[in-house]
Design a protein. Structure first.
Length: 298
């Protein structure tokens, strides 16, 4: 019974952490949908080329909520694929709080955060370049149209009924979206936390101490767990000197908190979601392996 209570408490805490981010994100998106749809499309077209830069920099803040917000923004095509991946790669989740609690030197933290941000920014720009080149080669528009209304249809929030209701209508629609996603994340977090508790961090540590290539793959798989607990496990193993810097980076680069969980909930194209997950995993694990092969240490 004690285990169940701990799992429920941890799931509630993880889910409650993202509530402010979800609500603010949906509030902004609802306002854009109701008030400035055409203007927003123009802004996105003008500023999307800097998206990966801002995404990489914003993502380093130690909160799961940014990746969740990014997933919603991408589902509404407010940001590009490159910007989404940049945020996913740079997201630090619980790494910074753990570093602070273990009194890790400030310069070490800055270096690791800078590496994550730089990798996210570079990968984001490369991905957007490739996507634009592909669209151009196939005579397609370089920019996907903003489609925030698709989220409204999926969540059945009756946004169209609120068009004349002003700010209160926008708030109501944002609350509906937020509650739906919160409940979805809470339920899955319960199952994920229970699975992690049953497997045990010691068993995960033993798996990560196998061959170098396998350890990076396993770290990436752990990073894919849509829960802040993944970053906690990987960071603690690094602080205990049980894994290398590159192995830690493989897990933390792939680890996007509950961002992927939200993406699969709000983005209808499941094939695209799987491809994004594979792309994130590939970039994270390959970069982590390269860090070790180049002998980089901090």
């Amino acid at each position: 019974m004690g285990l169940i209570i701990d799992v429920v408490i941890d799931a509630l805490i993880d889910s409650l952490k993202i509530l402010p981010f979800l609500f603010i994100t949906y509030l902004i998106m609802e306002y854009l949908e109701h008030k400035t749809a055409e203007f927003t499309s123009g802004i996105v077209e003008k500023t999307e080329h800097l998206g990966p830069l801002w995404g990489g920099l914003i993502g380093v803040f130690p909160q799961c909520g940014f990746s969740a917000a990014a997933s919603n923004l991408y589902a509404g095509r407010v940001i590009t694929l490159g910007t989404l991946i940049a945020i996913y790669l740079s997201t630090s989740d619980e790494m910074v709080p753990l570093f602070i609690s273990e009194q890790v030197p400030i310069m070490t933290m800055i270096q690791i955060l800078a590496i994550k941000a730089l990798i996210g920014i570079i990968a984001g720009f490369v991905i957007d370049f490739v996507v634009h080149a592909y669209h151009k080669a196939h005579s397609r528009s370089a920019n996907d149209p903003v489609r925030i209304e698709a989220l409204c249809e999926k969540e059945h929030c009756h946004c169209d009924d609120e068009e004349d209701a002003g700010f209160l209508g926008i708030v109501k629609s944002a609350l509906v979206h937020t509650v739906h996603i919160f409940l979805f994340v809470l339920v899955l977090s319960l199952f994920l936390n229970l699975a992690i508790e049953l497997i045990g961090s010691e068993n995960l540590a033993r798996l990560l101490k196998t061959s170098p290539v396998i350890s990076h793959i396993l770290a990436g798989i752990i990073g894919l767990i849509p829960n802040c607990a993944a970053s906690v496990i990987i960071t603690e193993l690094y602080l205990d000197q049980m894994i290398t810097l590159g192995t830690m980076m493989s897990g933390l680069l792939v680890g996007a908190g509950i961002g992927l969980l939200v993406l699969f909930r709000v983005n209808d194209d499941k094939k695209e979601n799987i491809n994004i997950t594979l792309l994130l995993f590939l970039v994270g694990t390959v970069v982590g392996l390269l860090i070790d092969l180049m002998g980089i240490t901090i």
